[in-house]
Write a protein that binds this ligand. Structure first.
Ligand code: HEM
Ligand SMILES: *[C@@H]1O[C@H](CO)[C@@H](O)[C@H](O)[C@H]1NC(C)=O
Ligand SMILES: *[C@@H]1O[C@H](CO)[C@@H](O)[C@H](O)[C@H]1NC(C)=O
Length: 497
């Protein structure tokens, strides 16, 4: 909106406008965009651009006032592509549980980046279903290899604790936590973890992150409206080159695996997928193909590292902000696990308080506030509206995790809401952090194991405190592609056990 606030049209702005019009003519698109019949209302739509300027750099802030102004279901346009935003626990749940809403949109940029392959961005259908089912069963606790997932996480937790010990008394844990969490996916997918200083590893993580930032940013939005831009030189080429570099790194790993493959003894997810390609060679409809393997691999990195590591950083920040709650966690860990061994998954049922703290941290930190965009599979009747096939749908998780009809005083950090009268762990229905329905997060179990094992082993060994006496922990999120805490320094005291 602010971009259009200036009354004086400057020359560069005019030039840009003329250029955009030319691009549009090249693509033979409609200049005037209108809402379809019986479509949810929303802000006025600009010719050509739709509402995209309203989104700005931060879609969460950009759409802030819309729900109050236009109601629980409203629409905006990204260029000419309609997008409906759905608010409140009841309505979001209805969308998520329905197969009719389980498609993913056909966004130009995703197509160009091959992100419609694999799982996260794949259209609803047999190919998605089979690859999702395969990945889920391969990632199950005892899916493959001699090492269980629990052991893999604990191995990494030990390394993480060592790095914490070697840091100064106050430091930013971001880098170490990111590496530890990424290494879990590396271990499962590549069969081995990386040293935190490994060049390939750091480059891979850096490129994946850079790509997400670029695609989610202004440049990404513009390319979605004017896909021809992807064929022209300019800064937008960075997205394509960094995607190509990631692909090359992953493909090199796949080639290494193929050269040493023993199909009867898969070491990791890549081996298992290669064996599946072999097995289904005769089936012309099989989705198990090389191209899809590299995208499945990337999907797990993109969906599984930033999310989990951001959640851990939030949880530690909340522990510094609420030292009493941290002390209660210490007490439960000491009673159930003691000091002589690492925590294990079988401890979790005996640790309802720690479990409640992790869940409440996840709820209040709300790291994926608008989820992952869904899309209607066919024309759908919804709340007296008619949404044509291919309408993009955003589920507003803020309106779910802070829904006043579901949570008492939702803005308070209160782990007690996950405990019943006798102190047993309970999970309210509106805890939709991992989404729900056919597209529910594929890594939910893995993420919950990671959060529990990393958090309890760190708290078993350390006490965390806010090191700066002149300030308080800042609990205001900063939006990237996930809602992350502001960078912080953490005080660490080894516990005398
Ligand atoms: C705290 C950590 C995590 C959170 C909060 C989280 C949350 C989510 C959410 C909200 C979605 C979108 C679901 C939808 O479209 O409605 C999703 C999808 C997905 N997540 Fe996670 N996730 C986490 C960790 C992981 C991990 C560790 C993995 C890797 C194994 C993973 C893999 C996926 C995949 C593959 C999808 C796409 C599913 C599909 O489209 O069929 N996630 N996740
Ligand atoms: C999401 O819901 C919250 C809480 O109801 C609201 O403040 C916010 O504006 C909504 N965001 C969008 C994008 O509609
Ligand atoms: C790869 O997977 C996607 C979606 O998961 C599917 O649409 C596509 O057909 C698959 N590719 C091949 C070559 O089978």
């Amino acid at each position: 909106m602010h971009e259009f606030a200036s009354p004086a049209l400057s020359v560069p702005l005019l030039l840009i406008f003329v250029l955009l019009l030319l691009l549009l003519l090249l693509q033979r698109k409609n200049i005037f965009i209108t809402r379809p019949y019986r479509f949810p209302t929303g802000p006025p739509i600009l010719p050509v651009l739709g509402n995209f300027m309203w989104m700005g750099r931060n879609p969460v802030a950009g759409l802030q006032q819309m729900a109050t102004k236009y109601g629980k279901v409203y629409s905006i346009f990204i260029g000419s592509m309609p997008l409906v935003v759905v608010n409140s626990y009841q309505l979001v749940k209805e969308v998520l549980m329905s197969h009719d809403f389980s498609d993913r949109p056909y966004i130009p940029l995703m197509e160009i980046m091959k992100q419609n392959l694999g799982i996260v961005g794949a259209p609803y259908g047999e190919a998605w279903k089979r690859q999702r089912r395969f990945t889920l069963s391969t990632l199950r606790n005892f899916g493959f290899g001699r090492k269980t997932i629990e052991e893999r996480i604990l191995t990494e937790a030990k390394v993480l604790m060592e790095t914490f010990k070697q840091e100064a008394t106050a430091f930013d844990p971001h880098f170490n936590i990111n590496n530890a969490v990424s290494n879990i996916i590396c271990s499962l997918v590549f069969g081995s973890r990386f040293d935190y200083v490994d060049q390939d590893f750091q480059e891979l993580l850096h490129l994946i992150e850079e790509n997400l930032v670029l695609q989610g940013g202004l440049l990404g939005q513009i390319c979605n409206i004017f896909p021809v831009l992807c064929k022209l030189p300019g800064p937008q080429q960075r997205m394509l080159t960094s995607q190509a570099k990631v692909q090359a790194l992953v493909d090199a790993k796949i080639a290494e695996h193929r050269a040493t493959l023993d199909p009867s003894n898969p070491r990791d997810l890549i081996d298992a997928y290669l064996a599946e390609i072999e097995k289904e060679k005769g089936d012309p409809n099989s989705p198990f193909k090389d191209k899809n393997l590299s995208m499945v691999t990337l999907d797990l990195f993109i969906a599984g590292t930033e999310t989990t590591s951001t959640t851990l950083r939030w949880t530690l920040l909340y522990m510094m902000a609420y030292p009493d709650i941290q002390a209660a966690c210490h007490k439960e860990i000491d009673e159930v696990v003691g000091a002589d061994r690492l925590p294990a998954m079988e401890d979790r049922p005996k640790m309802p308080f720690v479990d409640a703290v992790i869940h409440e941290s996840q709820r209040i930190s709300n790291i994926v506030p608008l989820g992952v965009v869904h899309c209607t599979l066919k024309s759908v009747e919804f709340q007296n509206y008619l949404l044509p096939k291919g309408t993009m749908v955003l589920t507003n998780f803020t309106s779910v995790l802070f829904d006043e009809s579901q949570w008492e005083a939702p803005h308070e950090f209160n782990p007690g809401r996950f405990l019943d009268g006798s102190g047993k762990f309970v999970k309210p229905d509106a805890f939709l952090v991992f989404s729900a329905g056919p597209r529910v997060c594929l890594g939910e179990n893995l993420a919950r194991m990671e959060l529990f094992l990393f958090f309890t082993s760190l708290l078993q060994r350390f006490q965390f405190y806010w090191p700066d006496p002149a300030s308080k922990p800042n609990l205001e999120p900063k939006y990237q592609f996930t809602q992350a805490p502001q960078p912080y320094k953490m005080g660490v005291r080894p516990r005398n056990l």
